[in-house]
Design a protein around this ligand. Structure first.
Ligand code: ZN
Length: 242
């Protein structure tokens, strides 16, 4: 299985382009998307179109995607996130709205034994967060596939369930062991929150999964955010990675 998994791009075009170039450089063709194309950032139309054309193996919607098209209540968002999602709702084209509306909340890749979901496999539209392998341990009996890929918290981790029921935690690299099952958070392309501002994605290759970090032109995205008038706190946080 050779596959790249990206998530939480949040309208950050420079970060998405850098990640797609890195994936292309590794000659990995199959790409999946775990939700939140839009929100926080300055280029929702371009980012959504690029994800739709590149991630043809599978794509699901996130809470910001649903928020932008009125499918989820954004009163739960913090002030800056809500300001950005309201700007997004007003600025996106009809075509972008149609693309976001077309993504399901979960997607099964039967051939690969993979479940894609933005938040958790339990009631995905409740938008609960998985931050760690320890927390994910309680979710293995809530889906049937061998691997569940999530995003949403912007903090990557790999949880491995052994046949004996033990759960092991890996930060950014793990062998895929026969008989073991996995829950992985692939991190965020456009707004990492683990203290590393580089874009993150997950790469499956050669029986192993790794979280890849990619440098991109953060200043270019910050300048675009200023130009369209997005909140200062959102502009600052992408440079520090949380
Ligand atoms: Zn997100």
């Amino acid at each position: 299985m050779r596959l790249a998994a990206i998530s939480d791009v949040h309208s950050n075009l420079a970060a998405l382009e850098a990640v797609l170039a890195d994936i292309k450089g590794r000659k990995v063709r199959r790409k999946v998307f775990l939700g939140d194309a839009v929100g926080y950032g300055p280029d929702p139309d371009e980012v959504t179109a690029l994800i739709a054309s590149e991630c043809r193996t599978g794509a699901v919607a996130g809470n910001h995607d649903w928020g932008a098209i009125g499918l989820t209540d954004v009163s739960f968002f913090n002030t800056a996130a809500r300001t950005a999602i309201e700007w997004t709702s007003k600025s996106i084209t009809q075509k972008t709205g149609d693309t976001l509306r077309g993504w399901p909340l979960t997607k099964k890749l039967r051939r690969d034994g993979i479940l894609l979901v933005h938040s958790t496999p339990v009631e995905p539209a409740d938008w609960d967060y998985l931050f760690s392998a320890e927390q994910a341990a309680g979710f293995f009996d809530t889906f049937k596939e061998r691997i569940c890929l999530v995003g949403h918290s912007h903090v990557p981790f790999i949880a491995e369930l052994s046949p004996s029921g033990d759960v092991f935690s890996y930060k950014d690299e793990a062998e895929l062991v026969d008989g073991c099952r996995y829950i992985m958070n692939v991190g965020s392309v456009g707004q990492p929150r683990d203290g590393d501002p580089r874009a993150a994605y997950a790469l499956f290759d050669d029986g192993k999964v790794s979280i890849v970090r990619v440098e991109y032109d953060i200043k270019a995205t910050q300048d675009r955010m200023s130009a369209v008038g997005l909140p200062e706190s959102l502009i600052e946080r992408i440079a520090v990675g949380h």
